[in-house]
Design a protein around this ligand. Structure first.
Ligand SMILES: Cc1cc2nc3c(=O)[nH]c(=O)nc-3n(C[C@H](O)[C@H](O)[C@H](O)COP(=O)(O)OP(=O)(O)OC[C@H]3O[C@@H](n4cnc5c(N)ncnc54)[C@H](O)[C@@H]3O)c2cc1C
Length: 485
């Protein structure tokens, strides 16, 4: 890339906001949260507006400059790898343009951090239900681009379900304005959904209109000890039926997870004296006065209902033990154990990672069969599992006895075979990035892959947007001469 192009981008964003990839300020932009992926970008641009993004992409198209959009860099699949490319960091586009309690919507720029939306919604007695461990760093543009999930998907859906409108800049610099606040719009193809989960390969998301929900006026958070994962679905169904669908989170931590937590992050403590085969973190959120208004004796109806339901399940032997949080601090301690999952995997070093989705009644068989396959291929390997059980999403990390790409590939193939036999998906919420490209090639329906490649070619014919990610084997772009500027 030429010094002229550098100066041209500098004149768009200002000298302070274009960093050379080899410079000292570039370090934070040269790796992701996992630390497994490192790169040296050509430069990092920090635009402050949609117009600036548009001007940069027009220049990029004219010069065939590859562009990798960046949010909070908490992605877990290598989707930010940007060797020799221009990183487009949306961090300065961090304004909440509007938030409206009446329509329960917020209009946010792509660089707004999720916890900023949580705080702004909270001030209005509302809640933005995209909630996961990285919420203090992940940005809404990144969360939409990965169609992130998290702990509340069970009740409120993934990022896609929370997005009403979108603004994106296309690979040729044109601005696609789909910033509606409509809950229904059947005017042709749903283009908004094309950019959600596209991981920056089809356009740069610059703003979105998101849905807010009423803030729970009472939470009941409990840790449950079960002897058998097969019983967990029964527990979830009974809590849902008794409460009228108020379960917001139903998270799964098996014995090995709790034991590894005790070993590596002992300050987080343990809920039960004896580690159970299955530990569940369940949370219900209620807004209706009949559920949240204290009784004369001070008890809260929704808490009583959960206690009674769990009491019945303990009597039946479905649940062995249960603890209900009695304070904000206790609730926080329960969540800290669950939200330590990514950190727990990271401190244990390199692993072969799976982020799979399964029908709710096949999670148990999946774990049994996946662990059997892992033991067959590497008898000394051990696993760490955690999951959003309520929506059928399991994160499985396999710590192998040796760093051997062939072994990793054999384990990936074997575990994904199990997923396929059980009618699941090899990718639930983290996206594809670089790390799951092989799985896309092997597992995705060939017709679906062909349609994806055609969409990519139509929207980004020069293949400059986040090249090499998400869809494998994108054909080389036609050898067109650069457009005159
Ligand atoms: C501790 C921890 C816990 C996590 N828990 C969860 C979880 O429970 N559920 C879950 O789904 N994920 C989880 N994640 C993964 C991650 O936080 C999400 O994928 C998140 O949505 C990424 O947001 P980000 O802003 O950091 O995006 P980045 O990591 O910066 O980018 C991710 C991808 O999106 C693209 N991109 C970023 N911004 C834009 C934009 N404006 N326009 C177009 N493309 C863009 C990038 O090029 C990249 O391909 C977790 C991560 C960590 C570290």
């Amino acid at each position: 890339m030429t010094p002229e192009l550098f100066r041209a981008i500098q004149s768009i964003v200002g000298p302070k906001h274009l960093l050379a990839g080899s410079g000292p300020d570039a370090a934070g932009y040269s790796a992701d949260w996992t630390g497994s992926y490192r790169w040296q970008p050509w430069a990092i641009a920090r635009p402050a507006s949609t117009d600036e993004v548009s001007a940069i992409l027009r220049l990029a198209a004219e010069n065939r400059l590859q562009v990798v959009p960046s949010g909070g860099r908490t992605g877990l699949t290598g989707g930010l790898h940007a060797e020799g490319a221009l990183m487009l960091s949306l961090e300065r586009m961090n304004r909440i343009r509007a938030i409206d309690a009446k329509t329960r919507t917020a209009v946010v720029e792509a660089g707004v951090i999720l916890s900023q939306i949580h705080d702004a919604a909270d001030d209005l007695g509302l809640y933005f239900p995209l909630w996961f461990g990285a919420r203090g760093s992940a940005m809404i543009g990144g969360a939409l681009s990965t169609n992130a999930g998290g702990s509340n998907v069970l009740r409120h859906g993934s990022a896609r379900a929370l997005c009403l409108g979108l603004e994106a800049v296309l690979a040729d610099g044109r601005v696609l304005n789909l910033m509606s606040a409509l809950h229904k719009d059947n005017s042709g193809y749903d283009l908004k959904d094309l950019f959600i989960g596209a991981e920056g390969t089809l356009g740069v998301i610059t703003a979105a209109t998101v849905r807010l929900v009423p803030k729970a006026r009472a939470h009941v958070t409990a840790m449950l000890a079960l002897d058998d994962l097969a019983d967990a679905l029964d527990v979830l169904n009974q809590l849902q039926t008794a409460s009228g669908g108020l379960v917001e989170a139903f998270e799964f931590m098996p014995r090995a997870y709790m034991e590894q937590l005790a070993r590596h992050l002992p300050h987080l403590g343990q809920p039960f004296t004896d580690v159970a085969a299955v530990t569940i973190l369940a949370e219900l959120g209620a807004t209706a006065p009949r559920d949240v208004a204290p009784e004369p004796d001070g008890t809260i109806p929704i808490a009583t209902l959960v206690e009674d339901t769990l009491g019945g399940l303990i009597e039946k032997g479905t649940v062995r033990d249960a603890i209900i949080a009695r304070s904000h601090a206790q609730r926080g301690a329960m969540w800290a154990r669950r939200e330590a999952a990514a950190e727990l995997a990271r401190v244990q070093g390199h692993s072969v990672d799976f982020d799979v989705a399964l029908p709710l009644d096949r999670l148990g068989p999946f774990l049994v069969q996946a662990e059997a396959e892992t033991a067959r291929l590497d008898p000394g390997a051990y696993t760490n599992t955690v999951g959003h059980l309520g929506d059928g999403n399991i994160h499985l990390a396999v710590f192998t006895t040796r760093a051997d790409p062939d072994l990793a590939d054999a384990i990936t193939t074997a575990v994904e075979d199990v997923v396929r036999r059980l009618d699941g998906s090899f990718s639930a919420e983290h996206g594809i990035g670089l790390s799951k490209l092989g799985s896309m090639r092997r597992r995705k329906d060939p017709v679906a892959l062909d349609v994806m490649r055609r969409i990519k070619a139509a929207l980004d014919p020069l293949a400059i947007l986040n090249p090499g990610k998400t869809v494998p084997d994108i054909p080389a772009p036609p050898d067109l001469p650069p457009r005159p500027s």
